[in-house]
Design a binder for this molecule. Sequence first.
Ligand code: ADP
Ligand code: MG
Length: 387
Amino acid sequence: MSGISLAGVTKRYPGGVLAVKGVDIDIESGEFVTLVGPSGCGKTTTLRTIAGFETPTDGNIRIDDENVTDAPPYERDTGMVFQDFALFPHMTIHENIAYGMEAAGEYTDEEIDARVEEMLELVELPGVGDRTPDQLSGGQQQRIALARALAPRPKALLLDEPLASLDKQLREQMQVELRRIQQEIGITTVFVTHNQEEALTMSDRLAVMNDGKFEQVGPPEDVYNDPDSRFVADFLGTANIFDGSVTAIEDGYATVECADVTVQATAQNGISTGDDVSVIVRPERIRFAAASESDADADATANATANASASSSTNPSADGGTQPAPETVFKGEITFKRHLGSSVEFRVETDAGRELVVVRRSGLDERGPGDRVTVSIGAADCRLVEE
Ligand code: ADP
Ligand code: MG
């Protein structure tokens, strides 16, 4: 198995479209990396430069430590699966899977037959070799497309939205299946999707693409929890975003003045006073005050919190005691609630007119639309990025 490196890969199509603008990544042997981003951001073009169907206008590509930038596709040993996985309709499943090995001309019939059987076992469809593609369901055909790509033992697997045409349930099943197969044979994989959930759940690392560039590359948890930009926060999952400017940094906390609220956030990312920033808060990081609290109690909580934040910003713990981290508190009303299975999503309209998205574990909260609530955001639950 082998890694893939892209260095400064750039693609300008004849006619002028600059589709990929100098992307860099070192993909390790056996790693599953996903390119994710909105339609037209350059995912397919990047994948096709790795496969050799497009030649970069600048930069270079290495597979298994060999510079393949100008090598034709058949010299690169990659297996590819597309969204419209197009099996050859007039060939049997066996012939479809054998196709790459037959074309290579390096294998005996016995080797090919044994490998086809092995691939059918791997994708859990033993015994379908004599059928034709139209005798299989969409999900089964996609497994065969995968078996066909893997049969010649490629150095890397390249997948362009291979699950996009499957319905939701089948798609989720195939996500698990694809990952199982990839891990079982340990093949280096580059997967392209515009589906952020797919990217977050399947990958060792993901590269979030925007307008031909990699905005951020990292493991799903890191990119989700610590987005480097407003774009990444917004594209992956749901984000509450507060735009404002930093008016003070004290004791490790930044005060961010926004139009409707002042947010206290842990200082980070080299942000300094005067910077225009976005404060990003994931919905599951927002807390509700206890359900039993009346509005008056909620007021008391808000005051207590305000005191806590005031004291922690004016008193740098001279006594060595730990001050509670500052919080930002909102009062508002639940306008919408929906069940997401293991969690519940709420929309809260704050008294200043901002809509917040809050996600809580299912079964913990009886409140619903029309109820008044006090919500709070801890300074440590805020991600600060330059606007
Ligand atoms: P994605 O896969 O992320 O949707 P693509 O890589 O297909 O994005 O396309 C990136 C950009 O390049 C788009 O603006 C698209 O219109 C353009 N593009 C793609 N293929 C070609 C081509 N063969 N000729 C000219 N422009 C192209
Ligand atoms: Mg595409």
